[in-house]
Design a protein around this ligand. Structure first.
Ligand SMILES: Nc1ncnc2c1ncn2[C@@H]1O[C@H](COP(=O)(O)OP(=O)(O)OP(=O)(O)O)[C@@H](O)[C@H]1O
Ligand SMILES: [Mg+2]
Length: 257
């Protein structure tokens, strides 16, 4: 099934990595049962995301975007269908394997930043590394490196309430990065930001992608969606359309390597 991925990928010369599939969803459904209501949040999603690819997900409110990200990030399980992560069927993982992968391989960035108000910037970024049992010297190095990446190293002792929205989101990006995850999942990361701060966070994601990060981002904003390699359009829990942005970029900007 994957043999076609071994060959013919290099000639594309793109930044989306080796062509290996990192995430494969086949016929994934998700049904929520609340009282008498049955909601089919996902109704048979097929999706492959390659290592190093940057995919954006768009679609109207309630179409299943966040549900899809939760499943990809192992925060939730499909009702039906198959999910392979890096070649391994996720359904065969036990609880502790799931949480280990969630903690080590996945970085989450949310619309509402989700920083812990009682912890300062340094401690917020450090927390997931502490959960992993990483020694403190290594934690310190990782925390400072990732805060420098996002331009927030000068604010380590600040608390979230003392930061602007854009700064809080940059700290949230640093927290997601610090663990060096295999995939970054971002759910409307610019939803609570003005356009200037939104641009800055998007530029950060692009930079991470250029350096090889695999990114899956939900956004309502077509300007930001175009930053991705491709956009997947969801409607009523199904993928109804896909747009490849790479071909256009090439035409507009042929000298970009
Ligand atoms: N925990 C839950 N229990 C019951 N229903 C849920 C739950 N989570 C989501 N849903 C329902 O599943 C559908 C998809 O929700 P989801 O949050 O994935 O939408 P979305 O595309 O992210 O929307 P938005 O753009 O508004 O964030 C919605 O109808 C929602 O009400
Ligand atoms: Mg959502």
């Amino acid at each position: 099934m994957e043999t076609n991925l071994q060959t013919g990928v290099e000639q594309a010369g793109k930044s989306h990595g080796s062509g290996e599939v990192l995430i494969r969803l086949e016929g994934v459904t998700k049904v929520f049962y609340t009282d008498e209501v049955e909601t089919h949040a996902l109704a048979g999603v097929h999706l492959d995301i390659k290592k190093g690819e940057y995919v954006s997900i768009s679609g109207p409110s309630g179409c299943g975007k966040s549900t899809l990200l939760s499943i990809i990030g192992l925060l939730d399980s499909p009702t039906d269908g198959k999910y392979w992560l890096d070649g391994a069927p996720v359904e065969s993982l036990n609880l502790s394997e799931r949480s280990r992968i969630r903690n080590r391989e996945v970085g989450f960035i949310f619309q509402s930043f989700n920083l812990i108000g009682d912890l300062n910037v340094y401690e917020n970024v450090e927390l997931p590394l502490t959960y992993r049992g990483m020694p403190s010297a290594e934690r310190k190095q990782r925390v400072m490196e990732s805060l420098e990446r996002v331009g927030m190293a000068h604010r380590v002792r600040h608390y979230p309430s003392q930061l602007s929205g854009g700064q809080q989101q940059r700290v949230a990006v640093a927290r997601a990065l610090a663990g060096d995850p295999a995939i970054l999942l971002a759910d409307e990361p610019t939803g609570n930001l003005d356009s200037k701060n939104g641009e800055a966070v998007m530029e950060l994601l692009r930079e991470l992608h250029r350096e090889g990060a695999t990114i899956c981002m939900v956004t309502h904003d077509p300007r930001y969606a175009r930053h991705a390699d491709r956009t997947v359009h969801l409607f009523d829990g199904r993928i109804v359309d896909e747009q490849d942005h790479r071909a256009h970029d090439e035409e507009e900007n042929p000298s970009v390597s």
